[in-house]
Design a protein around this ligand. Structure first.
Ligand code: TRH
Length: 404
């Protein structure tokens, strides 16, 4: 089967991140001939460094990456435009076309779909939501208003009635292996502090081990309150910040411009470590090794759940804080026990962080920190439950086979 995946980068990295992960898995695990049509190849190159942002077409990890020429309005790639102009040919659609997040297919591509004896299976990949209504709309079809084409709506989700979550083969095993190895290298408790000093004298103080945090969030007015808490805390804190993230808040808190990555800077008990963006695989490994992960949007949010570590999710900010409903829907699934103190502490911090409420975050962090052990247990239990469901691509391929 030939698959075409279309992606237009709205902003940030998640559109490219999700579509790239999907395309890779279709090629690698199912051997399909997959083309990812994407308008901003440079955004993809930021999270897949081996991609070159310049050529109109390139093959990487079994996927053909074709540049969509957004300037043309109906978005044909330079190479395809040349072919179409010279031979009058248009796009040659695959058997399945995935329209990423309702990005819109080029008019010439739709023409070519119509011209095929059997039009391709057209699937619109929707944004992930934990909201209950998703169960009722996943998999529905709708006729195109002007063309004899049908489009199916694929809703990722957390239940068996949705299209599932992206989870490539071997992910859980790789995570478990890395975390087993890491736990040897990283004592879970404070043993290393009790190891005493080189001169054999008794340990100076039974310091708690450093807490490592990955901070991948949107601009957030509550951040300086967190940095203050972490700097004045009773244990060393290491906060790993991808380049460009939370720059304004960090510059304000430091009182100086944020240094270019890679750099490390310590203030009291808080060490901030700026790192360049890494590949998606390396970012996963960072999430697996960290004690707490602040994540955002959609793809890092899912990857933090697979990492099975305590996490704080900042949903993509929307008009009138509509994202708060998405957060509540997720909390109702992930942390449903109103009487459980640990789940309550996690809910409080996520709500305060999403609301960008400095006082709320300052009140919520100590309870969240105290509940880390049980939050970790809940994260592992949640990841195991989700891993028991068929993954999104497996379901997508099965669906395609029934329709073609
Ligand atoms: O970058 P985002 O904010 O993308 C957002 C969301 O997807 C949101 O749902 C969507 O509406 C909006 O785009 C248009 O957050 P997200 O979804 O976590 O995507 C980040 C991607 O970047 C993810 O695939 C992980 C990847 N990444 C790396 O590969 N390496 C890195 O070093 C970092 C920091 C991220």
């Amino acid at each position: 089967m030939r698959w075409d995946v279309f992606c237009r980068v709205v902003d940030n990295y998640g559109d490219a991140g999700v579509c790239w992960r999907l395309a890779r898995q279709l090629a690698r695990e199912h051997g399909f001939d997959v083309t990812l049509w994407i308008d901003r190849v440079a955004t993809l190159a930021k999270i897949e460094p081996a991609i070159d942002p310049r050529p109109a077409r390139q093959v990487h990890r079994g996927v053909t990456v074709a540049a969509l020429d957004a300037r043309a309005g109906d978005a044909v790639t330079g190479a395809v435009r040349a072919a179409a102009d010279s031979a009058g040919a248009a796009f040659d659609p695959g058997d399945v076309v995935i329209e990423g997040f309702g990005c819109g297919l080029p008019a010439r591509y739709l023409d070519a779909m119509e011209a095929r004896k059997h039009p391709p299976l057209w699937i619109n990949l929707e944004y992930l939501s934990a909201e209950p209504w998703v169960d009722g709309v996943h998999g529905l079809a709708s006729r195109h208003p002007q063309r004899p084409l049908t489009r199916y709506f694929w809703f990722p989700g957390f239940t068996a009635k949705t299209g599932g979550l992206i989870r490539e083969a071997g992910l859980i095993e790789a995570r478990d292996a890395a975390q087993r190895e890491h736990s040897h290298a990283w004592p879970a408790s404070g043993e290393h502090a009790a190891a005493g000093r080189a001169d054999g004298a008794a340990p100076v103080s039974f310091a708690a081990p450093e807490l490592s945090i990955v901070l991948f969030c949107y601009a957030n007015r509550a951040l300086p309150a967190l940095f203050d808490l972490w700097a004045r805390g009773d244990r060393p804190m290491r906060c790993i910040v991808p380049e460009g993230i939370a720059s304004a808040e960090l510059a304000g808190w430091l009182g100086s411009a944020v240094p270019p990555a890679p750099r490390r800077l310590t203030r009291d008990r808080l060490t901030i470590e700026w790192r360049p963006f890494t590949s998606q695989d390396a970012f996963d490994r960072l999430l697996w090794a960290s004690d707490v992960n602040f994540v955002r949007g959609e793809d890092s949010f899912v990857r933090a759940q697979w990492a099975a570590k305590p996490f704080v999710w900042q949903p993509y900010p929307q008009e009138g804080r509509a994202q708060a409903a998405k957060l509540e829907a997720f909390l109702a699934r992930h942390l449903p026990d109103a009487s459980n103190p640990s789940q309550q502490a996690q809910r409080r911090l996520m709500r305060a962080f999403d609301a960008e409420d400095p006082a709320g975050v300052a009140r919520a962090w100590p309870g969240f920190h105290a509940a880390l052990e049980s939050a970790g247990a809940r994260a592992r239990e949640w990841a195991a439950t989700l891993a028991g469901e068929p993954d999104l691509v497996t379901q997508l391929v099965e669906f395609a086979r029934t329709k073609l």
